[in-house]
Design a protein around this ligand. Sequence first.
Ligand code: FO1
Length: 323
Amino acid sequence: MSAGDDSPRVVALAGGVGGAKLAHGLALTGLGERLSVVVNTGDDFTLYGLHISPDLDTVLYTLGGLANPETGWGVAGDTLITHEMLGEYGIETWFMLGDKDLATHILRTERLRNGDSLSEIMGDLAQGLGINARLLPMTDDPVATKLATDAGLLDFQEYFVRRRHGDDVHRIEFDGIDAARLPEPVGAALDSADVIVICPSNPFVSVDPILAVPGLRERMLASPAPVVAVSPIIGGAAVKGPAAQMLASLGHDVSAAGVAAYYREFVDVMVIDTVDKNLAGDVEALGMTVAVTDTLMQSDADRRALAAFTLEVGRSQRLARAG
Ligand code: FO1
């Protein structure tokens, strides 16, 4: 369905399950191809010779209505027959690849080997699943998130999956980021956006890598679009994943206000959950506008409602700017 010309052009920065859920909510508001989702690729890695892009695939499957509802990642109802056979051979199988999921990795790996870009590949996969939104990798160049912990410098999936993100993180690096080029579709989407949404993703390993792509942050700040962020922290805890633990070990306040403080240089409006409405004053004291609503997404209706709220907040911020 192509969106009407009156609907806003939206760029959403997303990574992980929470990010994919709000990106899905934005798509459910009927934005069609006026929604561009810029996705973190710092979690990408090679397994069994296959190029795995966990955050891109989580957004792909979620917008395609295929995502496993329990985990948020992987394909609903997928089987693990190949996974089990690998185990038969004594191969370490701590990273579970479903049989349907493998189709994505096989196709992506073959096309990368043929010289296609990650952007081209993901665009075709999205089209194949009937997705109108544009699925845009933050870069087509290799970037690998690494985490400095007491157990040493860990690759992302080693930290996140194998060690169940149990280690305290003291520093985070994005290997390859200095050479990462900004894809023109990402720059162009930021330039022409009416609103830019920072999805409720992990600030450190989902949002930061995207903003670290040379030129991306500058294009976002130069864009006339207001930047609206949804807090991934509700009531001092992360909905999913290590965001709260990372806020603590990296020295930030473990709250929606702590996330707001972390985002204050580039976010105009901070959307926080109703349970955190007592923090609204703290967020405003940072010089940010605050908006309070229910941000826990437990259904498609929740996703759509939060997306609509976020777009409305962005619209009124844009009107306020216009004066
Ligand atoms: N997360 C896990 O905790 N265990 C897994 O075995 C696992 C497999 C997996 C396969 C494909 C995929 O796209 C994601 C997968 N994830 C798994 C999630 C993944 O580690 C995270 O979604 C991101 O890397 C961080 O958001």
